[in-house]
Write a protein of this length. Structure first.
Length: 240
């Protein structure tokens, strides 16, 4: 549809657990890219009492998990962009006294720089495969490319951030890079865009993260969101 009706700019917002009345924005990268990671470690099943007769994929997997953490902390230039490699799921084995044939792991890869994103993919694959090979096992690494990083257009952000400041007053501020990701990033790749956050934390209650089952939206945030977006649209159309 953008080939026929391409907008000049795009604005997007998201609630986050900070006090109602606050608005934050950031020039350049505001949300990280997100890629899915799946690793299958194949060993050799044996009795847990005789591990020398098999190849233990659980031990190999634990070594891989630990080694993956050294990639963003020791192998990637931390002064260029934050990066995260997380394993969130490990599945393997059916009983405590049996070493299984294989273990499967799933995780996520986050960063803000496309070159470093590619480096992470390459280093994760090499690390997992070589650690597995050193134990006589194999590691099958599958990386599923997800969302790109959400990059706010610097010129647009510098022009429109004062509008948000006017709406929020003392509640306006600059956010740091956030390691969550957002499909708005695909729009921002083709169209000058600005993405920002508004506070929605409930009063006198803990502010749980957005994807927590205990997350609660304070509906007092709705007027702020409407005011901010309306002001952006009106100011942009009058200024350009």
């Amino acid at each position: 549809i953008f080939s026929e009706l391409k907008p000049e700019v795009m604005f997007g917002l998201h609630v986050i657990p900070m006090p109602v009345g606050k608005i934050t924005v950031r020039s350049q990268g505001i949300l990280a890219s997100s890629d899915g990671l799946h690793i299958k470690v194949k060993g050799k099943q044996t009795h847990g009492a005789m591990p020398w007769n098999g190849i233990d994929p659980i031990v190999v997997s634990s070594q891989i998990v630990m080694a993956l953490q050294t990639i963003p902390s020791r192998q990637v230039d931390a002064t260029k962009t934050p990066s995260v490699v997380t394993i969130g799921s490990i599945k393997g084995g059916v009983r405590g006294n049996i070493i299984p044939d294989e273990v499967e792991m799933e995780g996520t890869i986050r960063t803000f720089d496309q070159n470093i994103r590619e480096q992470l993919h390459e280093r994760i694959k090499r690390t997992a495969e070589n650690i597995a090979a050193s134990a006589g096992a194999t590691a099958e690494v599958t990386i599923t490319q997800g969302y790109p990083a959400t990059i706010n257009d610097p010129a647009l952000t510098n022009k429109m951030a004062p509008v948000l400041q006017r709406v929020a007053g003392e509640g306006f501020g600059e956010t740091g890079p956030v390691m969550a990701s957002e499909d708005f990033a695909f729009f921002a790749q083709d169209i000058p865009s600005m993405y920002y956050f508004i506070g929605s934390a409930p009063k006198d209650q803990p502010a749980y993260p957005n994807h927590s089952p205990k997350f609660v939206v304070n509906e007092d945030a709705l007027p702020m969101g409407v005011s901010a977006m309306t002001a952006l649209v009106l100011d942009y159309t009058q200024s350009f």
